[in-house]
Design a protein around this ligand. Sequence first.
Ligand code: SAM
Length: 284
Amino acid sequence: MHGIRRTIHSERSEFQDIDVVESEDYGRMLLLDGKVQSTVRDEHIYHESLVHPAMVAHASPKEVLILGGGEGGTLREVLRHPSVERAVMVDIDRRVVQVSKEYMPELSGGAFEDPRAELVFGDGRRYVEECVGEFDVAIVDLTDPLEGGPGAMLYTKEFYALLSRILKNDGIMVTQATSTYYSDYCFATILKTVGSAFQTAGGYHVWVPSYDSTWGFVYGTKGPDPNGLIGRFEEATARKGLKCLRYLDEKTYQALFALPKELVEKIRRWELVATDAKPTFMPV
Ligand code: SAM
């Protein structure tokens, strides 16, 4: 899939294989269990698209929870919002954070040192189960739901119900939702599953060159709908003092929500909801 010039770092952590390589087209690249997570050249496309629809739609996100997101790009984008007072990031694997900081520091861009950032190492599901506080926005940036992988049980109906419980009355959650091309059924299942736990759910996607695919995101909201920002994105970002976006503007924001007709039809017909007893997995 990618030309690799050299391997910069390679290890097996307690949870997964971690590799940093120098790629031909994308510069340094982080892989977990052999799957591309982020590259220095195009990570902003993924991270801006994951974070800002929910964060800009919310009136004033102050307390934000991130599950996963080890390389720090999600935290970096969350902290761009001047309204944020506290961002808690829970990743199961401290080695992903350490390796990313050492070999790809531009991914976090100093976010881990921001006094508003709180880093917790542990299982995101357990954190949500035991959480007593409430958040404005929750961003789920986990590895794909691979069978036996550490993120598989954070894509189920029971998990989204737990997440809904720790969101305030106008809270919004968003999750990465795999490829809308190669695993469209997985995207459709995540959308139906979030829809079973939230009053309003929606999906969108963006082309990520290094994933060689359009990549999906699914949100569930108790308050404003990110879809409602279409045509108002730039006005909303200016009002909120959100600066330095590289990918998203009025047109690219609108384009996020343009799902192909055949996918929309597939989603309409799709009935499957992932549960703890019957989770859905993406093929390796
Ligand atoms: N951008 C990525 C992609 O390709 O979809 C995902 C970002 S990030 C590197 C994924 C992170 O999720 C990893 O750092 C991994 O350690 C973390 N993770 C996986 N399972 C987890 C769990 N159960 N709780 C918390 N973090 C988890």
